[in-house]
Design a protein. Structure first.
Length: 396
């Protein structure tokens, strides 16, 4: 890989490590430390993700207007300023406001990083994206593993560590990313707002919408691990350090499991079949949670969840790319990115409401039922395309 990609990889690891000090602990801090309900925490996280979507769209526009270098510095400056503010002010309402602003800043930065990778290495775009995906999960593993131990001493240290790593990322970007800022591919990233022309291939677009329904449900289920399940582990006496270890396992499995995933995807090249298998594994992880009341049981559930994630998350964007007509890849990927962020936005508030009104077991049963929806959406996505092909063949 080019040297420029390695700089982006290093920057991604630093940036995500900083974010991972705090994001797995948001619900725990608001619910267990500040005494707010899970539904309240869910609303704050929903707004956080909503601003991340806004930041994503802004980041795409800024990238096209002024390049990746200044876009990344803009987004990182916003997130870094809010992170340092959290060090001094972290009562509930201050915490909520700064967390939302961090979502905006990070939302601006993230698409610009991927767009910059595509711009500096257009012929190796897929490899660059996968490298950044692995780098993100390495950052998750490092940040989450350390974060739990730090938080068990004091949450104030979490805020300091988070802000310090945002500062390191800003300094790295400031000193090394400028030569990367000259775009070679002006359309390497585009937001949904950039594609306002009429949708011509309606069959493919409908298939994308059908596929997105299952993707949305999967993300709603996945985000429970960062919200309601996080709080539940505290309620049953699992220490913060152990909860963070779960995310260390998640990140390390994704990084170290890449050779295994390559073997699986070569043996089963169909992205549709990968979604079926991955969704079945997701379903199994929630069934296992019904019986989880010890740390080893949660470790097993996390391992199962991660195996499903490694199959589903790359497969859906791949299918979206295949569905995209020429010149519309950015639009289709923008929809998929928005769907995943929407799942992360809606999931916490729904999960928090269900647990507040009933209990965590009710939530598990609900998602066991909901996880059948991705099977149907993947099936009907494929049937929709097959039906269209049959009509085209008859018309010829």
């Amino acid at each position: 890989m080019p040297k420029q990609i390695w700089l982006l990889i290093i920057g991604t690891v630093i940036n995500i490590t900083g974010a991972s000090f705090i994001w797995p602990l948001n619900t725990i801090y608001m619910h267990n430390e500040l005494g707010k309900s899970l539904a309240f925490a869910g609303v704050i996280l929903m707004i956080n993700q909503g601003f991340a979507i806004i930041g994503n769209l802004i980041g795409g526009v800024l990238f096209d207007k002024m390049g990746g270098y200044r876009t990344i510095l803009t987004g990182t400056s916003i997130a870094m300023t809010s992170s340092f503010s959290l060090v001094l002010f972290h009562d509930i309402y201050q915490y909520a406001v700064f967390l939302i602003i961090i979502g905006l800043g990070s939302g601006i930065t993230r698409p610009a990083m991927f767009a910059l990778a595509s711009s500096v290495w257009p012929e190796g775009r897929a490899k660059a994206f996968n490298a950044l995906y692995v780098a993100q999960n390495l950052g998750v593993a490092i940040g989450a593993s350390i974060g739990g131990y730090v938080a068990s001493i004091s949450f104030s240290y979490i805020f300091i560590a988070n802000a310090t790593l945002f500062l390191l990322f800003f300094l790295l970007a400031l000193s090394t990313f400028k030569p990367l800022g000259e775009k070679q591919d002006a359309y390497s990233y585009s937001s949904v707002l950039d594609h306002h022309k009429k949708i011509e291939n309606k069959a493919n677009f409908r298939a994308l919408v059908i596929l997105s329904v299952g993707f949305f449900i999967s993300w709603m289920a996945y985000v429970q691990w960062q919200t309601t399940i996080a709080s539940f582990t505290q309620d049953i006496g699992i220490p913060l350090s152990s909860y963070s270890t779960l995310w260390t396992i998640n990140g390390l499995l994704i990084v170290l499991g890449q050779p295994m995933i390559r073997i699986i995807t070569r043996a089963i090249p169909s992205s549709k079949k990968q979604i079926y298998i991955g969704t079945s594994i997701f379903l199994l992880s929630f069934i296992s949670l019904l019986f989880a009341d010890t740390f080893p049981a949660f470790v097993m559930a996390m391992v199962i969840l991660t195996l499903g994630e490694m199959l589903v998350w790359p497969a859906v964007p791949t299918l979206a790319d295949k569905l995209a007509p020429k010149g519309r890849a950015g639009f289709y990927q923008g929809i998929i990115n928005s769907v995943s962020t929407s799942g992360r936005m809606i999931g916490p508030i729904i999960g928090g409401f269900v647990v507040d009104q009933w209990n965590i077991q009710s939530l598990f049963y609900a998602f066991i039922l909901l996880m059948f929806i991705p099977f149907f959406s993947t099936y009907y996505y494929d049937k929709r395309l097959s039906h269209k092909k049959d009509e085209s063949a008859r018309s010829v």
